[in-house]
Design a binder for this molecule. Structure first.
Ligand code: ATP
Ligand code: LTN
Length: 336
């Protein structure tokens, strides 16, 4: 007798990245690397969040290039557009449509508490636009449209994920089970990579100081040079400690890439100066990023291939998104 094999449906993971500049080592270790790892066991849905990026001014030609570039990078790190749905947010209009609906179920007060809004409005004081304020509602729509189980993000996005969960629960409370309430998936290692120039701040691709971050497309020489210039302390002992934020950050980076524990690293570099350690960190990072950069360069030469994939990705995404949007609209009472 042959026994019927019952396939468990795979759990869904969804995440997005803004095309607001070339992704950094922080984006890679905090988010992107996990997306690739999850793609085997999860049904992956990954997008370039271009609509989010215009909450700060973008120069049109450069912005267009950054969108292509972000999409190419997603494929270059190993996301397979046949296995996962990889698309560009603005190609699926259901995101903005659901965002409007959800904004009517989101309180002004809860949006006012978002730390990213407070930070960004301080940094862009001349352009505190409504989009910057309602950004978390669009992000909630990005997520809830696809009914994911998990959302893999860096630690800085935890608060945005909480509000998405609150909005979903509130909507479900009013109308019944419309949205799945997703869990954040924040890997312990690499969840917060800090700036190389100010280790109290997170590494950010929009930092004005290029020495503060490693871009995923930096050359080997640039990577090593930036690590050599990284701000540390004067003790010259390779160990993790709260008062040694700079060196602790470098140990964290070295640890995620090599898989070695903090203790192993402290032992390996016992008695070595910071110079030796910084060069070692630079080398492992350069080795990790080199093949990605090579694939990226090839992909950027083939716009037709990128276009074919992001169109297909958008079709697949729109199919899923339409179902959820219609369900939500019907519950509210719209005539469909
Ligand atoms: P910006 O720096 O322009 O504000 P960002 O890099 O914070 O943008 P995204 O590009 O949208 O924002 O981030 C993509 C993913 O990378 C998110 O999951 C975010 O949590 C993660 N991430 C961003 N910076 C870091 C960091 N320094 N360490 C770990 N993860 C990070
Ligand atoms: N807000 C995120 C990017 C983002 C996102 C999302 C992440 C937009 N939509 C949906 C996860 C799920 C950021 O700035 N890092």
């Amino acid at each position: 007798m042959c026994s019927e094999k019952t396939e468990q449906p795979r759990k869904r993971a969804l995440s997005c990245i803004q095309p607001s500049g070339i992704p950094t080592l922080g984006n890679y270790l905090g988010a992107l690397k996990n997306w690739v790892a999850m793609q085997e066991d999860f049904e992956g849905i990954f997008a370039v969040a271009d609509l989010h990026a215009i909450t700060v001014r973008q120069e049109p030609a450069k912005f267009r290039q950054q969108i292509y570039s972000a999409y190419a990078l997603l494929l270059a790190i190993g996301l397979d557009p046949q296995k996962s749905t990889v698309f560009i947010q603005s190609h699926v209009p259901q995101h903005t449509q659901l965002s409007w609906l959800l904004s009517c179920y989101t309180q002004f007060g809860e949006l006012s508490r978002m730390t990213q809004f407070k930070d960004k409005s301080a940094r862009h004081a001349d352009n505190i636009n409504a989009g910057l304020f309602t950004y978390p509602v669009l992000m909630a729509a990005d997520i809830l449209l696809y009914q994911p189980d998990f959302v893999p993000v860096g630690a800085d996005q935890k608060q945005h994920l909480e509000i998405a969960r609150d909005i979903a629960a509130r909507f479900n409370g009013l109308y019944g089970e419309v949205f799945r309430v997703p869990e954040p998936y924040i890997a312990k290692a690499g969840a917060k990579v800090m700036s190389l120039q100010d280790p109290e701040k997170k590494m950010s691709k929009s930092d004005e100081n290029v020495n503060a971050y490693i871009s995923m497309l930096d050359s080997r020489e640039e990577i090593i040079r930036k690590f050599k210039r990284a701000v540390t302390d004067s003790e010259a002992v390779v160990r993790v400690a709260p008062e040694k934020a700079g060196i602790s950050n470098l140990i964290g980076i070295y640890s995620v890439i090599t898989g070695k524990s903090t203790e192993e690293i402290e032992r390996e570099f016992d008695g070595c100066g910071y110079g030796t350690f910084k060069t070692a960190v630079g080398e492992v990072v350069a080795d990790e990023l080199a093949p990605i950069r090579e694939r990226y360069d090839q992909l950027m030469k083939d716009k037709a291939y990128l276009e074919e994939n992001f169109r297909q990705g958008a079709d697949r995404a729109a199919y899923m998104a339409t179902k959820t949007l219609r369900k939500a609209a019907k519950k509210i009472g719209f005539v469909l």
